[in-house]
Write a protein that binds this ligand. Structure first.
Ligand SMILES: Cc1cc2nc3c(=O)[nH]c(=O)nc-3n(C[C@H](O)[C@H](O)[C@H](O)COP(=O)(O)OP(=O)(O)OC[C@H]3O[C@@H](n4cnc5c(N)ncnc54)[C@H](O)[C@@H]3O)c2cc1C
Ligand SMILES: NC(=O)c1ccc[n+]([C@@H]2O[C@H](COP(=O)([O-])OP(=O)(O)OC[C@H]3O[C@@H](n4cnc5c(N)ncnc54)[C@H](O)[C@@H]3O)[C@@H](O)[C@H]2O)c1
Length: 472
């Protein structure tokens, strides 16, 4: 069979762009098909607009603080249209990274229409049939809209329309206290909206509870109300919405944001018809991201598994590597990092304490260092939070950090968890003073402290001192 391409990639989000760009840079003939906006969820409705909004909210939050270090700022005046403009400027500043032109320059043939899979090696787009021995599905996910009584009768928000909102909510009710719910709750509160979060379980349930407790306290102090209950019924209309919960509470607000997770995009483009097996929420794949149909991969948000931009990018480069080299390339999530951009940030890599204890029982030890002891944090007055290192012996299994810019501190632990570095290397590294990274060195060194200052080294030091006193 003569193929039109070496690989066809469906979806131009973080996953598809990385796979397509990777293959094209190795000289393969790549078709990249995006049916909506290049850059996908992250650029257009996800990470970028949410972090831009958080940036604006931080500025308002700082101005809201009482006098700090002898400096008083004027109370913030928030113009929602100005905030929205900043969000759009941020997207505009980044979108060239993901543009059609950029990917054409890399060597991809880019189609800006919806694709339909018509066979194991064929895809239809713009009336053409493309063929390739490898197809990569990277169709992403969309907001999960729960089957709550009345939801279809009210004008609810999701991440798909939140950043286009014409007015700032007076009182934003958020269903879901996950990553979106928590980030958006704090951002809107800081911009001046009333905010209530309704969460079924514990907010940020995947994170270490000690980290979450720190951020919850801050958010409560800032005036966010948390309702621990299940949203069961919704009623209202434009400008007024009431969410009833299982426990009988009626939460009244002006706007409703639904943030209860994602639904993988697996239907409507031919995947079922050719028999690609679904999983729980997304295509079922193996560790190489192969679907049940030979030659077809599924990566990023559209398959069962963690849904994060860097995970989509990682799987995109893995699959590109496998296609380019012909060698199996498995995902390895031992050192999976994630960060929730609340203030303070909640960052995690590898196992939480609870996960480590479930797997290794009493073999796990914990080292905890507080930012209140970190000299840069003290000097700058941001002492909230801590770093918790989860160890088995001297090997790092995971790290949970809550604190200012916590996400920036994760990097060295990637190397440690995967065995490319170790606690001794970090514990003995030279680190600029004063930096918040000193907390990482302190935690790593703590793992060695009992050994370094143990009885044997003391005996040795004593012997050296005795010899010196005798012979010097
Ligand atoms: C509000 C919000 C904030 C977030 N913040 C963060 C964050 O701070 N950090 C982080 O790591 N992650 C964050 N995420 C998650 C992150 O956005 C996603 O994990 C990531 O964007 C998924 O990338 P993807 O390429 O797998 O899918 P997508 O970005 O969804 O891309 C899939 C693309 O496929 C296209 N497509 C679908 N079907 C077809 C078809 N038949 N033909 C052609 N094209 C098709 C779609 O139009 C879409 O552009 C956030 C998500 C949200 C919603
Ligand atoms: N900083 C980041 O990395 C970041 C930021 C935003 C989003 N994201 C990604 O986007 C995706 C979606 O985020 P999300 O916050 O929508 O999902 P999520 O899965 O993080 O959280 C959803 C929350 O909704 C709760 N919930 C479900 N049904 C409910 C009900 N009926 N009533 C009350 N609560 C209910 C769940 O218990 C859960 O805590 C995630 O995959 C996340 O990884 C990442």
């Amino acid at each position: 069979m003569k193929f039109t391409h070496d690989v066809i990639v469906i979806g131009g989000g973080a996953a598809g762009l990385t796979a397509a760009g990777g293959c094209a840079l190795f000289g393969l003939k790549v078709a990249l098909i995006e049916g909506h906006k290049m850059g996908g969820e992250c650029l257009n409705n996800g990470c970028v607009p949410s972090k831009a909004l958080i940036g604006a909210a931080k500025r308002a939050g700082e101005a809201r603080e009482a006098t700090r270090f002898g400096v008083t700022l004027a109370p913030p005046q928030v113009s929602w249209s100005g905030v929205r403009q900043h969000i759009h400027d941020a997207i505009a500043g980044i979108e060239h990274h993901d543009s059609v032109e950029t990917f054409e320059e890399m060597g991809c043939e880019v189609f800006t229409s919806r694709a339909r899979i018509t066979g194991r090696q064929s895809v239809e787009v713009e009336g053409r049939t493309l063929t390739a021995p490898r197809i990569v599905i990277a169709t992403g996910s969309e907001p999960l809209v729960p089957a709550i009584d009345g939801i279809d009768t009210v004008p609810y928000l999701t991440n798909e329309n939140l950043f286009e909102l014409p007015e700032q909510p007076g009182h934003l009710v958020i269903i879901g206290g996950g990553a979106i719910g928590m980030e958006m709750a704090q951002a809107f509160r800081r911009l001046g909206s009333e905010v209530t979060v309704i969460e079924l379980n514990k907010p940020m349930g995947r994170d270490d509870p000690d980290s979450v407790a720190v951020v919850m306290e801050v958010m409560r102090e800032e005036g966010i109300r948390f309702v621990t209950d299940k949203a069961t019924k919704i009623e209202g209309g434009v400008g007024g919405v009431t969410v009833h919960t299982d426990g009988g509470e009626a939460v009244v607000g002006t706007h409703l944001l639904v943030a209860v997770g994602r639904k993988a995009r697996v239907a409507g483009f031919g995947a079922e018809e050719i028999g690609i097996a679904p999983g729980k929420n997304g295509f079922a794949t193996d560790a190489r991201r192969r679907t049940s149909v030979k030659g077809i991969y599924a990566i990023g948000d559209c398959r069962d598994g963690p849904r994060l931009t860097h995970v989509s990018g990682y799987e995109g480069s893995n699959v590109a590597l496998e296609i380019v080299t012909g060698l199996p390339t498995k995902v390895d999530f031992r050192a999976l990092p994630w960060c929730t951009y609340t203030e303070p940030e909640v960052a995690q890599i590898g196992m939480t304490e609870a996960e480590a204890r479930a797997q290794h029982g009493d073999g796990v030890t914990i080292v905890k260092e507080e930012f209140a002891e970190n000299e840069r944090s003290i000097a700058e007055g941001y002492t909230k939070g801590h770093m918790k290192m989860v160890l088995k012996g001297k090997k790092v299994l995971g790290v949970s950090i809550v604190g200012k810019n916590a996400g920036e501190l994760l990097l060295p632990f990637t190397q440690m968890i995967t065995g490319k570095s170790n606690t001794f290397a970090l514990g003995s590294a030279i680190i600029s003073y004063p930096t918040r990274s000193e907390i990482s060195k302190a935690a790593a060194f703590s793992a060695w402290e009992p050994t370094v200052f143990g009885s044997l080294p003391k005996k040795y030091a004593g012997l050296v001192a005795k010899l010196r006193r005798t012979f010097a």
